[in-house]
Design a protein around this ligand. Structure first.
Ligand code: AMP
Length: 307
């Protein structure tokens, strides 16, 4: 049982009110892989890197169980570079630089050895690129989840509409769900999105948690109130990695188990924001994850008598 993670592998420059890093490894596939590696191996990465991507970063991911067979290495170009600056509330950020570099020519190729993967996570990329990945799978994975962003909603809606008809789970933030549907009410937005294709919808609300929709059912997972949040970069991708990692480990794609998966995703995201980039994700172990999940249980568990 394995998981394919498709997405960017990057170097980021990040500035938050609590510090800055001029160059730190990042990208959706990196965050998702670190998170998922706690639950399932191998993580079949599908991405592209340039000549500046450090061997030590490749080894660190391989040690966690990532396979690089689906990662194209380009000798004469640099890796994708992104730079962002957060404001004091950290819910908003400005993108300062997006240097596509190798990502501009990314045509993902799924290696034959990845064909038996039953879980597919499509990180945020051009929807046509995401479609090409699904088209290469000889047997449709049991569960296909995707992320997207406002940029594709406004510039590639036709491809996005096709893609939405091909996936099982869409993960977006609240602003993206509203933009995709023109609905302010997230319940109405969810209904419209599920009519477009995905049977399951996760709406992430940053420090206010995440909602899971399926048919007429809704489930809510809070975000853990943390004393210190250093850097929210990659929290969404980390959430996705934890969510898919849990589902792949348990091989159970029922709505009930997806509720657990969004708690696991939220727990992983809570680690991500505690240090810059994926630094915290690199160091956590099973005991810390178990402790964190217990904190989630305590956070929402209460006895109440019906009135
Ligand atoms: P998130 O905070 O979940 O939006 O993810 C941040 C990560 O996404 C960073 O590590 C960036 O390298 C990566 N990223 C930012 N913009 C893009 C883009 N246009 N395409 C692919 N990856 C991106």
């Amino acid at each position: 049982m394995s998981l394919i993670c498709v997405g960017s592998m990057a170097y980021d420059a990040i500035e938050t009110p609590f510090g800055k890093r001029d160059r730190i490894v990042g990208g959706a596939a990196v965050y998702a892989a670190y998170a998922a590696s706690n639950f399932i191996k191998p993580i079949n990465l599908v991405s592209i890197i340039g000549n500046d991507f450090e061997e030590s970063e490749i080894r660190a991911l391989e040690e966690k169980g990532a396979s690089f067979e689906g990662v194209e290495r380009v000798k004469d170009k640099k890796s994708f570079f992104w730079s962002g600056k957060y404001h004091l509330d950290m819910n908003t950020r400005d993108t300062l630089v997006t240097d596509l570099n190798v990502l501009a020519d990314f045509k993902p190729v799924i290696p034959a050895s990845f064909q038996d993967s039953e879980f597919l996570m499509l990180g945020n990329l051009h929807p046509a690129t995401q479609i090409s990945v699904i088209g290469q799978m000889k047997i449709r994975p049991r569960l296909i989840a995707m992320d997207t962003m406002n940029y594709w909603i406004s510039s590639a809606m036709q491809d996005l509409t096709t893609l939405l008809g091909m996936v099982d789970v869409l993960m977006v933030n609240d602003a993206e769900a509203r933009e995709l549907t023109g609905e302010y009410s997230l319940v109405k937005a969810a209904r419209k999105i599920m009519q477009m294709g995905p049977r399951y919808l996760v709406i992430k609300k940053g420090e206010h948690g995440a909602l899971l929709f399926h048919g007429s059912q809704v489930f809510f997972a809070p975000a853990l109130p943390l004393e210190e949040v250093f850097d929210p970069t990659g929290a969404g991708d980390t959430f996705a990695g934890g969510f898919m990692g849990h589902l792949a480990r348990t091989k159970d794609i029922s709505f009930e188990n997806m509720k657990t998966a969004i708690i696991v995703g939220s727990a992983m995201a809570s680690f991500c924001v505690e240090k810059f980039g994926p630094e915290r994700l690199k160091e956590i172990d099973k005991n810390e994850i178990d402790d964190r999940i217990r904190q989630f249980i305590d956070l929402v568990n209460f006895d109440i008598a019906l009135v």
